[in-house]
Design a protein around this ligand. Sequence first.
Ligand code: ATP
Ligand code: MG
Length: 206
Amino acid sequence: MQGVGLMGGTFDPIHLGHLVTAEAARAAFDLERVIFVPAGMPPHKTGQLVTQSKHRHLMAVLATVTNPGFEVSRFEVDRPGPSYTIDTVRHFRSEIGPDRPLYFITGADAVLELGTWHDLDGILAYADIIAATRPGYALEQRAGHLTECQRAHLKVLEVPALAISSSDIRRRVAIGAPIKYLVPEPVEYYIARNHLYQPVAQPVER
Ligand code: ATP
Ligand code: MG
């Protein structure tokens, strides 16, 4: 029975690191599909300005449209308030039924934060976690704070290293540096067309 992968994230914007990771997980775990779930109001990013979810969702659709094994869900963006992974994983578990494998795919940096996730044991009752290697983040060290039982639900996945991050892409756009080949071309055009990630004009003192 083929499994389903969930790729959660802010996707501000989606980039090739996300896509390579999702595709590597799909192939390695023989997943029927990977569902990208852009966060509505990410609980851990409330202190930062996050681009409107309509833009982040649309960029995820543009980026995934050429892969029949990829889908984008509106589940979190349509929910008011902060999204918790436990709610998302419970929702998709009930969609696919109790028997099919369900995986939540994350990068190595997110593994360190796992201990802070709301109801981690609840999440692990519904889904295993695929932890993808990410340049600059040592995975083994990062799983040290998890219990043995929690670690049993953690599947490590080697992905071709791509040191790409959304924060770096936002910074590049803001200073006029190229993002070509870091994001899919339609996403590059979408960002330009909608003037996303432009530096905020500082008020001039007179
Ligand atoms: P930001 O810099 O704004 O935090 P990000 O690039 O980390 O953005 P997120 O939307 O925060 O992107 O990440 C969504 C998921 O994708 C997380 O689990 C993250 O660890 C993973 N991820 C992001 N970039 C990569 C990458 N280059 N390689 C592997 N995994 C990645
Ligand atoms: Mg991140």
